[in-house]
Design a protein around this ligand. Structure first.
Ligand code: ARG
Length: 584
């Protein structure tokens, strides 16, 4: 119960019930942190409609019934009817030491839920593009946050490993090596070689577009693949295996929690598709249209107002992206038992996912108090010219190159900032800062917006950046190295100076913000919080001498606050998938 909101909330509800009757006991006190006092309750303004009268009078009556002895030092009605609460210093100190002793740092375990989270989800035989990069970074942070609040998280890397493009890819593979086709990639080297595979894809595409005989063979190859022809499947396996190796190396470099076993590719759903279709037909949802089998979910119309189909079986009898996604919903909700289905996918697929969710709801796989699906949409990464992020040569940026450049740039920045670091530490720090900067730039922006990729800004030691937070953390750790002292016990905290108060309140807000991210699936809220916490720490460190504190108690208390701040920053960064080196 470290978070003061957990004490204030029920106290307000009791006061509302005492003042206006038990039927209002459930009213939301609308409490939030405030600059005017420590907390502000806006409940009186909210109740005006129901109760009538002036909000100030309502506020006054609630305050008269409010019992905050030992919790608040001052409660007053202000402005249009706000209730300002200033906490008792002793209560505040006890709350902070509770967080300090809590290994979860105040993140309360919520009602555990099984969550399936679909993220990264790149395509075989293709380089990951920036959309996959964003999905990987955002999804990984969200998976960590959901686990932190106690959910059972099932990662689903919905790898694009099936479908018509494989016809041309496999046929090109056969052409390339004759009767004994050699793989398009060099198996001997340790470096991932999907870069070559990318070229391979483009070559196959070119041939498909210009050579009708090849296109014909490619189409027949798709039929062979879907029919389970063994030689064809063996060829296909090569692509998939190579891609999985490549992905494992990218995920390791990026430091994300995705494992090979989290890959549940599109091909996995193949055997399930006929029964998905049968169920849709049986429930009267799918019908024939122009030779294809379609579902027309209500509420989706095209430009001329015509109903939009979700095609579940194409004219040629094949299944597509939508059918697979429907099978995935049924599998995640039904077989895996996920109550919450999270899709970290770019905004261009909003309509596709909305239609899939709607059809799944009509089929009874979602909704009705059972499982629910959420699209965690995100915008694009733009270049300095505000257009799609590209290399100077106009090509898509390879993720691996991007990460290598980030680490190289971080190396330069760190060498300049702290020339005394030994080589090994500097390398570790450069990796943490470089990768952290790229991730944080992605996470700190409201995900739905596009953002401009800017090396200088993301690697800056000032502003809302990873290096700023990592540096704040390392600087606190250095206090302990200088003090040559262990962290004092956190049971004798004194929260007296205004800057101590602000820092204490910031620390107490950690659990709440983590829950907020778990609920809204917006990691930037945690970034904003950590930035604010670091700013509160800076002010505290300027205004409150720590090692030169006036008394032993004050010194011990302030050292404990320093340590706790560092732990919260490190844990917060960890939830974002970012490392916090102890020194930099
Ligand atoms: N592979 C897809 C793409 O590259 C993304 C898949 C997203 N997940 C899903 N269940 N549709 O666009």
């Amino acid at each position: 119960m470290a978070d003061p909101l957990h004490t204030l909330g029920p106290a307000f509800q009791a006061a509302i019930a005492a003042a206006y009757g038990p039927e209002h006991a459930g009213a939301d006190p609308a409490l939030r942190r405030s600059d005017r006092a420590d907390y502000q309750a806006n409940v009186a303004l909210g109740l005006r409609k129901q109760l009538g009268g002036a909000p100030r009078d309502i506020a006054q009556k609630i305050v008269e019934h409010l019992d905050l002895r030992g919790v608040a030092e001052r409660v007053e009605v202000a402005g249009a009817g706000f209730i300002n609460v200033t906490l008792d210093a002793g209560f505040l100190a006890r709350a902070v030491s509770e967080v300090a002793r809590d290994p979860r740092l105040g993140i309360q375990a919520g009602e555990p839920e099984t969550v399936a989270i679909d993220y990264s989800s790149p395509n075989v035989a293709k380089e990951m593009h920036v959309g996959h990069v964003r999905s990987t970074i955002l999804g990984d942070a969200l998976a960590r946050v959901l686990e932190a609040v106690g959910d059972r998280v099932i990662r689903q890397n919905h790898l694009g490993d099936w479908g018509t493009p494989f016809g041309m890819l496999l046929e090109h593979l056969v052409d390339d090596g004759g009767s004994a086709p050699k793989p398009p990639v060099d198996d001997g080297g340790s470096e991932p070689s999907v870069g070559d595979l990318n070229t391979f894809y483009q070559e196959a595409r070119r041939k498909f577009d210009s050579d009708p005989a090849f296109a014909d063979r490619a189409r027949r190859r798709v039929v062979l693949l879907q029919g389970g022809d063994e030689a064809t499947l063996a060829l296909w396996q090569r692509f998939v295996a190579e891609s999985r190796r490549y992905l494992a190396s990218v995920y390791a470099k990026l430091g994300v929690t995705l494992r090979d076993s989290d890959i549940v590719g599109e091909s996995f759903y193949n055997p399930l598709l006929p029964s998905v279709l049968a169920e849709l037909v049986e429930k009267g949802l799918a019908r024939e249209s122009d030779g294809a089998l379609c579902v027309f979910p209500p509420g989706f119309t095209g430009r001329e107002g015509e109903p939009l189909p979700l095609i579940v079986r194409k004219q040629d009898g094949g299944y597509g992206y939508a059918t697979t996604d429907l099978a995935a919903v049924r599998y995640r909700a039904g077989t895996l038992g996920a109550r919450r289905l999270v899709y970290v996918v770019g905004s261009p697929q909003s309509q596709h996912l909305a239609m899939v969710f709607k059809v799944a709801e009509l089929a009874g796989w979602l909704g009705d108090g059972g499982s629910r699906a959420e699209h965690v949409a995100f915008g694009s990464i733009l270049g300095a010219d505000k257009k799609m992020f590209k290399t100077r040569a106009g090509e898509t940026v390879r993720l691996v190159d991007l990460l290598d450049e980030a680490v190289q740039r971080a190396r330069d920045v760190i060498a300049e900032k702290n020339p005394d670091l030994d080589a090994v530490t500097r390398e570790d720090v450069a990796r943490a800062v470089g990768i952290g900067a790229v991730k944080y730039a992605d996470l700190s922006n409201d995900r739905i917006k596009d953002y401009v990729f800017d090396w200088a800004r993301m690697l800056a030691f000032e502003g809302n950046t990873a290096p700023y937070l990592q540096y704040a953390h390392a600087r606190i750790r250095s206090i302990f190295r200088r003090a040559d002292q262990a962290v004092p016990a956190a049971d004798a905290l004194v929260i007296a100076a205004p800057a101590e108060r602000v820092l204490a309140l910031a620390i107490l807000g950690f659990g709440e913000v983590v829950h907020e991210v778990a609920e809204t699936l917006q990691p930037h809220r945690l970034c904003t919080y950590l930035y604010g916490l670091s700013a509160a720490f800076s002010t505290f460190y300027e205004q409150c001498p720590v090692l030169k504190a006036k008394t032993e108690e004050e010194r011990a208390s302030r050292l404990a606050l320093c340590d706790l701040t560092a732990r919260v920053i490190a844990r917060g960064l960890d939830l974002l998938g970012i490392e916090a080196p102890p020194q930099m």
